[in-house]
Design a protein around this ligand. Sequence first.
Ligand SMILES: Nc1ncnc2c1ncn2[C@@H]1O[C@H](COP(=O)(O)OP(=O)(O)OP(=O)(O)O)[C@@H](O)[C@H]1O
Length: 258
Amino acid sequence: MSLPAQQNTIHIEALRKSYNEQASGDVRYIIKDVNLVIKGGEFFILLGPSGCGKSTLLNIIAGFVSKSGGHLRIDDVEVKEPGKDRAVVFQQADSSLFPWLTVRENVEFGLRMKKTPKPERRRISDSFIGLVGLTGHENKFPKELSGGMKQRVQLARVLAGDPAILLMDEPFGALDAMTRRTMQKELIRIWRETNKTVIFVTHDIQEALLLGQRIGIMSVGPSSNITDIYDNPLSFPRDEASPEFGELYNQIQSHFAR
Ligand SMILES: Nc1ncnc2c1ncn2[C@@H]1O[C@H](COP(=O)(O)OP(=O)(O)OP(=O)(O)O)[C@@H](O)[C@H]1O
């Protein structure tokens, strides 16, 4: 079961990362002085130009990449490695799915590793396959699925592990515009049903505004940090054609034009 939403608050203080710390000469920081608090249950967007360090920050939160300095805590615990409280959804579903396993077997993979009894595995996979809209496709292999369906399988597999925090690295970036829009709507529905904390990386302002409750803007690197945070109070489902949406869009766009 998920922990209550008020837990799993992510505290980031003076976080920095260099990939060349060991090199002689100047240390080049990719991100520097990042300060941020993300509350449990929040849908937070990391928005910034290509190469500014969004994935680096996400991978530090995931525990895949070590930080060079500063603090990263979830509640009171310093994060140093991956944990089952966090899971990452990558842009390329293909590289995260096992091609020789069916949809159901892919979704149940982590549960098998944890030796979850078969009836329980079945109950959980049925529930998440249903949640992502893949009921009826359980016995298909990844090569028989569209890009959007593969991304749904990846999402179902991640959700089956019941992480409190979902880290999403441009998960819909490789999908066509229509599928992307459908997946964005589905993600909002799933987030509202499951009460997960979501940190979602994108460089697309429209996507950021369709999904996020708060949008953290990262500056151009090197030494990138979060320079501004915009609240997005618009209710779901959000209407891209509304004047309020357009106003927020213009505000953020003009931020990048500065
Ligand atoms: N393992 C690594 N070793 C050395 N440099 C790296 C490594 N990973 C990322 N970088 C560098 O760190 C910088 C930030 O990369 P990162 O992928 O975090 O940015 P991003 O904002 O997610 O970019 P994009 O939107 O294009 O995916 C880039 O200059 C990149 O070349």
